[in-house]
Each structure stands twice: as structure tokens, then as C-alpha cells.
Design a protein around this ligand. Sequence first.
Ligand SMILES: Nc1ncnc2c1ncn2[C@@H]1O[C@H](COP(=O)(O)OP(=O)(O)OP(=O)(O)O)[C@@H](O)[C@H]1O
Ligand SMILES: [Mg+2]
Length: 267
Amino acid sequence: MSEHSAPRSGGVRTITASIGEALVSARGLQKSFGDRQVMKNVDFDMLMGDITVIIGKSGSGKSTLLRALAGLTDPDEGRIMFDGEIVFENQQRTPVWKEVDSYVGMIFQSYTLWPHMDVAKNLTLAPRKKLGLSEEEAMERAKKSLAEVGMSEHLHSRPSQLSGGERQRAAIARALMMEPKLLLCDEITSALDPPVAAEVLGVLQRLKEDEGIAVALVTHDMAFASKAADRLVFFHEGEIAVNTTPREAFNQTDHPELKKFVDAVRF
Ligand SMILES: Nc1ncnc2c1ncn2[C@@H]1O[C@H](COP(=O)(O)OP(=O)(O)OP(=O)(O)O)[C@@H](O)[C@H]1O
Ligand SMILES: [Mg+2]
């Protein structure tokens, strides 16, 4: 991250992928819960500087993929590469994963902030612990992160004092504290009114443009997908059925499931 890049503490790799190069490559991911196969054979690439919008019916496996990329769940089969290094293979995380996992941020639909701490504490906790920043360094970074999402005046607010949109922007600011290269967003605007959702998504678009990070976003917001996404991925029954530009996806009438889905949520 250009302006406030600080060296990471020991054992953390420097990321070398530049804009347009693969930051994440997943191959042959499979995952079952009981006898239900949730990811069947997922190949998925994310390029540095791209926003990838992921759409698909409920239960099609979108969150499972994001969780696998974030290290929150392990696939049963397949391989995940991060910045050219294998981070998951043979059903386990490799030692490299621990050296890069702090570059991966994930934001959820709700419950993203600790309710009993103010915004400053919410933001500074992880970088102090994981990156070894001093309190002053962490506070300095918190102010910058909040400014990036237009939330400077809320440094000492409690989550209960924030609106839904402000909470999600604070959650993005908290993810930014770790200077992520990959930001995984799982339906982060689903509980918000359209104009507030647009504001939050606008923050992501600006970040992508300013910082050149890779963003994956599960959303039903087709207006955002068509405007801001570089790739549009359609999940269908545990498989990536379509992976193309939004323009092509919206014109793709030969995939009946995608057509049904896009027609149903069309803006
Ligand atoms: N920890 C789990 N244990 C058992 N089943 C699970 C678990 N996590 C997910 N599943 C199942 O896997 C399937 C895919 O779930 P996933 O959350 O990836 O879907 P999704 O595409 O994100 O759906 P939604 O749009 O509703 O969020 C679902 O049928 C879900 O019930
Ligand atoms: Mg989900």
C-alpha cells in the first residue's frame, strides 16, 4: 500500500505480484459437507488490481470458496497458490501460508466489529498483536484507514453508535489496517439500503484503484457488478459455470441458469 507501507514483522513475506499478475490461483478445489458436495472442481484466479464479483444462488458454494481462500476452511482436495507460492496442498496449509495470511482480509455481512470496543480499539488490536506495531503507530494507521473510508470523525465511536453503512466502512478500515493485498467481501452490503450500499461499494472501488489490491466480492448488486467489476464469476451447484467480463456475462444468453439469475436480479 503506497503511502503507509511499513515493513512487516519477521517471517512475513514481501508480495511481488504487480498489477495484472496472478495473486491467487486455486486449482481443483473440492469440498463436501457430509455427502453434499459444495465445491466440485473449482479453478479460480485473481489478478492484482482486479475486482471479481461472485454471484450465484444461495447454497451454490460462494462463501465456501471465500472461506477457503481466507484460510477459514480447508478444501478436501486441490491446491491454492498465493503470489506464486503454494499455500494449500495435500489437504493442508503449507508453512508459507503463515507468512502471507496477514495479507488476506475478509469482511462479512454482519457482526464484523467487537461491540464492546470503540472503533480505534477495533482497528488497532490485530496490527498491534500480529504486526507488532506500537500503540502510537497503530493509532496513526487507524486514522489513515478511517480517512480512506470517510470515517475520520468516528475514531472513538462505539459500533452501536454507527449506522449499518458506517459499520461496514469501519469494517473495511479495520481490514485495511493489515495492509491486505487480497480483500474478500461476503455480502457486505446485503443489509444496507441501496444508496448506503453504493457508498460502501464505492469505497472498495476507490481502494482497488488507489492501492491496486485484489478484491473478491459476493454481492447481488448487479449495478455495481456491471460498473466496477473486472471479472464476473457465476457459481452454479458448486462449480464456476461462467467466468468472464460483466459485459459478456450480461449478454450471455446461452447459459440458462446464468440468464435466469441475471434476469431475476437485473437492475
Ligand atoms: N460448516 C458447514 N457445515 C455443513 N454444511 C455447510 C457448512 N458450510 C456450508 N455448508 C453448506 O454448503 C453449501 C454451500 O454453502 P455456502 O455458504 O458456500 O453457499 P453460498 O453460495 O455462500 O450461499 P448464500 O448465498 O446463501 O450465502 C450449503 O448447502 C451449506 O448449507
Ligand atoms: Mg454465502
